[in-house]
Design a protein around this ligand. Sequence first.
Ligand code: AMP
Length: 287
Amino acid sequence: MKVLKTIKEMQDQADHIRASGRKIGFVPTMGALHEGHLSLIRLARQSADVVVMSIYVNPAQFGPDEDYDLYPRNFAKDESLARQAGADIIFYPDDKQMYPEPFLTDVAVHSITENLCGASRPGHFQGVAVVCAKLFNIVKPHFAVFGQKDAQQAAVIRQMARDLNFDMEIITAPIVREPDGLAMSSRNAYLSSEERQDALSLNQALRMSLEAVENGERSCARLIHLIEEYISAKKNTTIDYVKIADPFSMNDIEYIKDKAVIAVAVFLGKTRLIDNVYVEVQDEARH
Ligand code: AMP
């Protein structure tokens, strides 16, 4: 496995790989790797000849009061995990490489970025879009893999790739969870043991809502109420949002008619965690 730190080296490698007819699969991350990230490498491995993982804590996607400085960074550990999972190249640039002065370009994906995390984290998806656009031009992948854990992010990047004609496929991979159901996240490392216990309520509430849908509930207001009641009963939780949205437009929906994403963002103490489930119903009579 190679570690490349400059854009020029990465672009030259990508050209070389492409010229020899091999397929590049790409997994962008911010490091602090866990089994969720590694599952993306393994998925990429299945159809790529060369798997590239980027590790870059992108300042542009953090708000001024967010955890950019605190974000866990451990390159030596990440390097060994990525190697074991089957990555061929790690692209590991620094801020000077990625955002040389002056940096004057924005990538704004509209509408789909306005609800859910976009509403709570102004500017977040602009930061995500610009770094992904840059990384796609640097790594030149045939496809990139994103986790369903960040459902809105995957939808935003898919839209951006379509709108800007990035010649690549965007693949989404299922959420990897701890044995007790907690969605894996680099931010789980911030949790106290009490907070971690209460964090289980996110997945538990989402599963309860799925059960309610299975039993015929279609009203999003009632499903949201059910989730909010369950999560807010835990001592260490403060709900940021509970939303049920169309998985393509990310707009709120009133009733579950076919496909929907049920998504939550909750603070456990100071740590903001997200989780979601995808639902699909096939009702005979639609109104
Ligand atoms: P991050 O390092 O948090 O920016 O995440 C990098 C990629 O890993 C994104 O595509 C995330 O959606 C994905 N990811 C993070 N956590 C998980 C998880 N628990 N299961 C699957 N994918 C994940």
